[in-house]
Design a protein around this ligand. Structure first.
Ligand code: GLP
Length: 237
C-alpha cells in the first residue's frame, strides 16, 4: 500500500483523475469500479474535463460499489441518480456498460449473485475507486465485515444511517439496508485508489494508518492488497 499526502482536495482529485486517465488510455475498454459520496465528486469533475479534452470513454465499463435497498434508480438519493448526475450524463459511456446494483430487485440475493457474476464475466475490475466512511467502511462494508465477503445485502450501522440522514427529509426515509460489493470483491480489483478527504475523517484516518488489518476497520483490508494507493488530504494529518 502506497500512501500519498496531497496538499488539498483539488490536488487529490487531480492525482486520482490522472490515474484513471492513464488506465483508460492504457486499456480503452477498462473496467472501473466507482464510488459515491462527496469524496469522489472532484475526481468525476476532472474526468468530465478530460472527456471534453478528448479522453474517450466509449468502451469503458463501470461497476458501482453499492446501492440502497428500497430506492428506485430515479430516486434523487439513489446511487443510480448520483452517478447519472455527477458523471454518466456528461461522458460518452454506453448505457449497457454501466453496472449498479438494483436496490429494488424483486430477489435481492439473486441480484447480488448476478452482480458478482457480471464483474467476473467482464474480466474483473482494473481500477477501483474508494472513499471511506467515518467508521472505516468501504462500499457499505460496515465494521465486522469479513475480508472474503462478496456482494450481498447488509444492514447499515447506526453511525452510517445517522451520517446519511442529512440527505433525507425524514429520518424514517433513510434506508436501513444496502447492496454492497464485498471486501473480497473489492480486493480482487487489479488496482485500488482509496481517497480520504473531509474534516469528519480526521479520526478514522489516524486509526486506519495505525491499525493492522482487522475487520473492525474494514478499510484496513486494503493493506493486504498489492496495488493500493491511498490519497490523503494533508489537513487530516
Ligand atoms: C457512503 C458510501 C461509501 C462512501 C462513504 C463516505 O457510505 N457507500 O462508498 O465512501 O459514504 O462518503 P463521503 O465521501 O461523503 O464522506
Amino acid at each position: 500500500m502506497k500512501v500519498i499526502i496531497e496538499k488539498n482536495y483539488e490536488k487529490m482529485s487531480q492525482t486520482a483523475g490522472r490515474m484513471v486517465e492513464e488506465q483508460i488510455r492504457q486499456k480503452p475498454d477498462a473496467i472501473l469500479g466507482l464510488a459515491t459520496g462527496s469524496t469522489p465528486l472532484g475526481l468525476y469533475k476532472e474526468l468530465i474535463l478530460k472527456y471534453k479534452n478528448g479522453l474517450d470513454c466509449l468502451n469503458i465499463s463501470t461497476f458501482n460499489l453499492d446501492e440502497y435497498v428500497g430506492l428506485a434508480p430515479e430516486h434523487p438519493q439513489s446511487y443510480h441518480y448520483y452517478m447519472r448526475k455527477n458523471l454518466f450524463s456528461h461522458i460518452n459511456i454506453r448505457q449497457e456498460n454501466i453496472f449498479i446494483p438494483n436496490g429494488i430487485a424483486p430477489d435481492l440475493k439473486k441480484e447480488c449473485n448476478n452482480y458478482e457474476r457480471a464483474i467476473k464475466n467482464k474480466g474483473g475490475v482494473d481500477l477501483q475507486i474508494l472513499g471511506i466512511g467515518r467508521n472505516g467502511h468501504i462500499g457499505f462494508n460496515e465494521p465486522g465485515s469479513e475480508f472474503d465477503s462478496k456482494t450481498r445485502v447488509v444492514n447499515l450501522s447506526k453511525e452510517t444511517i445517522k451520517d446519511n440522514s442529512r440527505f433525507f427529509d425524514e429520518k424514517s426515509d433513510v434506508p436501513q439496508k444496502a447492496i454492497t460489493m464485498g471486501i473480497g470483491t473489492i480486493l480482487q480489483a487489479e488496482k485500488i485508489i482509496l481517497m480520504i478527504a473531509g474534516d469528519s475523517k480526521r479520526e478514522i484516518t489516524k486509526k486506519f494508518l495505525a491499525t493492522e488489518p482487522t475487520p473492525e476497520i474494514p478499510a484496513t483490508a486494503l493493506k493486504k492488497h498489492k496495488h493500493t494507493v491511498v490519497l490523503i488530504n494533508k489537513s487530516l494529518l
